[in-house]
Ligand binder design. Sequence first.
Ligand code: F3S
Ligand code: F3S
Length: 112
Amino acid sequence: TYVIAEPCIDVLDRACVDECPVDCIYEGGRALYIQPDECVDCGACEPVCPVEAIAYEDDVPEALRPFIADNAQFFAEPLPGRDTALGSPGGAGKVGPVGADTPLVAGYPPRV
Ligand code: F3S
Ligand code: F3S
């Protein structure tokens, strides 16, 4: 799967969303997250991100590797304020902005 990492936090450019053929890039509160079971590894999202937040999982820089599991956790576990996990909704457009983040992303200081 492809992964969105720290550079997306508080930037949320969303250029990636328009490129994804399976609409598997979901909006949280401060960042976007790729649903690893829905991503078809096409690579279309990676070059359009202006802050280079997206990488194939094997190519995520060492310091940002926690974001691989974190993208998955966004869907696998209930987010703050929600009773159930998002799971595999089958399309970000119909879900819309979720308005919550994983603890990893929520814990980052605001980008100024
Ligand atoms: Fe974030 Fe880059 Fe997409 S900033 S929303 S990963 S284009
Ligand atoms: Fe979507 Fe392809 Fe990226 S399936 S998340 S545009 S690698």
